[in-house]
Ligand binder design. Sequence first.
Ligand SMILES: NC(=O)c1ccc[n+]([C@@H]2O[C@H](COP(=O)([O-])OP(=O)(O)OC[C@H]3O[C@@H](n4cnc5c(N)ncnc54)[C@H](OP(=O)(O)O)[C@@H]3O)[C@@H](O)[C@H]2O)c1
Length: 198
Amino acid sequence: MTTYAIIGSGAIGSALAERFHAAGVDAVIANTRGPASLQPITDRFGSAVNAVELEQALRSDVLILAVPYDAVPEIAERKADWNGRTIVDATNAIDFPAFKPRDLGGRLSSEIVADLFPGAQLVKAFNTLPAAVLAAEPVKASGKRVLFLSGNYPEASKKVADLIARLGFAPSDLGSFKASGSLQHFGQPLVALNLLRD
Ligand SMILES: NC(=O)c1ccc[n+]([C@@H]2O[C@H](COP(=O)([O-])OP(=O)(O)OC[C@H]3O[C@@H](n4cnc5c(N)ncnc54)[C@H](OP(=O)(O)O)[C@@H]3O)[C@@H](O)[C@H]2O)c1
């Protein structure tokens, strides 16, 4: 059975915990401060979402990065080989306080993140909706909330699309990073776009 970890317990990590719990999909969650700090989350979502140390969370099959973009390298450095893992990049590369896309010299942030996890297959997902929208019930009378994903490994994208569907959303796979370009990245048209598919 595929195991899932939510890395980060802030706005996006908490939103994901809520959706995993609502859908009855088991996951672990970790942050920098350890399981005791996650009690507010486990009090609400503990029947599906289990708080663990970061090291344990990083042993899961599918790791959702719900951390600041600048925190990704220190997570990646914890292992030399990420073979067999699916990394789901929910981060956005933002310059604060300007709240503008980071200048990455023309590269996509997810390509940079992918390079940090040798052996892993990276999929970009869960980065386009504000946390409060991601946390909300995705099934409405008029349709299911759309979640975009993209990545260079069709098998990994299928795995993440299946997870997105299990969580109640309508996955919309944009294909490879070459095909989708920067559409799903911060500052581009699909970010903050809240669509329902009927
Ligand atoms: N907020 C949104 O509406 C939104 C929407 C779309 C995408 N995003 C993106 O999603 C990501 C997370 O955003 P957020 O708003 O959820 O951030 P946040 O509320 O600041 O939470 C960040 C979380 O990351 C954890 N963290 C930081 N460094 C870590 C490390 N080295 N190892 C493990 N965990 C670490 C923090 O742990 P501690 O709790 O221990 O400090 C915290 O739980 C960002 O890249 C952001 O751009 C955010």
